[in-house]
Design a protein around this ligand. Structure first.
Ligand code: RIB
Ligand code: CA
Length: 311
């Protein structure tokens, strides 16, 4: 059983990550924290509560940073819509938020569990993680690992050289990569392989019951936006790729690298500069995911949706 805290900005793919984290019996979802990213903090937090209500998930949800550490706030309305989770009708929240700010919730949860037993899985901008590190520096040595969705190595994202989560708060991302804890970075190079094709959606709809229908409605909207805005054939469902690694480490391969976040480049700020060959003379600080077992991945996602539907 792997313990994790999911830090997210729902977000269509974040929503699927929540379902995978709560619906797989090998995972113990200790809590969900939210961060401004795809939409405002208020909207992403409401969306996290709505997904929990829809799926019957009952874990603590704590709201976090409403803006990045330094930069102006970016949002991704062109992909996720005005609500941040356009497509399906969203239920009202089924429970109240945890009263603590996300950073405090993360620190309290990690520091009260045995050392080395809790993974942090950030799948939005890394603001909450950086704030938690500032609040409790011992966090870095106590966390089992950080599996983050973010970055781009050889593909384009929001700009020719950046990915949204990292560019939305590059100072926070730089702090995370420099901290020295075990990091698995799940970049767009990996997550563009996690396409919600018509076949994937048909299976989820056929096997997942009402919750499956909800997921199909979400991913149909998500896919339409990606086709329109980015010319992709289907929606790349980025965030659950990070969660899947904790269930089955073989779900994707990875290679060690030194990763640095560019902070000053006029055209390149927010870029994850990824050095596999030691050219920069710096020690490796991350495992960088590269090849996804798509069959295994979609089996895990579909099985989690079915499990939650039947619970
Ligand atoms: O670039 C993809 C990432 O940005 C995903 O986490 C998506 O939810 C958005 O936050
Ligand atoms: Ca996200």
């Amino acid at each position: 059983m792997e313990n994790l805290i999911l830090d997210c900005d729902p977000g269509h793919d974040d929503a699927v990550a929540i379902l995978l984290a709560a619906g797989n019996p090998q995972l113990n979802l200790l809590g969900i924290t939210t961060v401004a990213g795809n939409q405002t903090l208020e909207k992403v937090t409401r969306n996290a509560l709505a997904v929990c209500a829809k799926a019957g998930i009952r874990v603590p949800v704590a709201a976090g940073a409403e803006r990045p550490l330094v930069r102006e706030q970016l949002i991704a309305g062109e992909i996720h819509g005005a609500s941040g989770l356009d497509g399906p009708v969203l239920p009202e929240p089924a429970f109240d938020l945890d009263p603590r700010p996300a950073a405090q919730f993360i620190v309290d949860t990690v520091m009260t569990q045995p050392a080395g037993t809790v993974h942090l899985v950030p799948i939005g901008p890394l603001t909450n993680i950086a704030l938690a590190m500032r609040l409790e520096p011992r966090l870095v040595s106590r966390v089992k690992s950080v599996v983050l969705m973010g970055g781009a190595v050889g593909v384009y994202g929001r700009t020719p050289v950046t990915e949204f989560n990292i560019q939305a708060d590059p100072e926070a991302a730089a702090a995370v990569f420099e901290a020295g804890w075990p990091i698995t970075m799940v970049p767009l190079d990996l997550t563009y392989q996690a396409l919600a094709t018509d076949e994937v959606l048909a299976r989820i709809g056929a096997e997942g019951g009402e919750l499956g229908t909800f997921v199909v409605e979400m991913l149909t909207f998500f896919g339409n936006q990606y086709r329109k805005e980015r010319g992709l054939p289907a929606a790349p469902v980025h965030d659950p790729c990070a969660v899947a690694k904790l269930i089955d480490p073989a779900v994707f391969t990875s290679r060690p690298a030194f990763v640095a976040v560019e902070l000053t480049g006029t055209w390149t700020w927010g870029q994850t500069v990824t050095d596999y060959r030691g050219q920069l003379g710096r020690p490796h600080n991350a495992e960088v995911a590269d090849r996804l077992d798509t069959v295994r991945f979609w089996d895990l996602v579909t099985d989690a949706i079915v499990h939650l539907h039947n619970s």
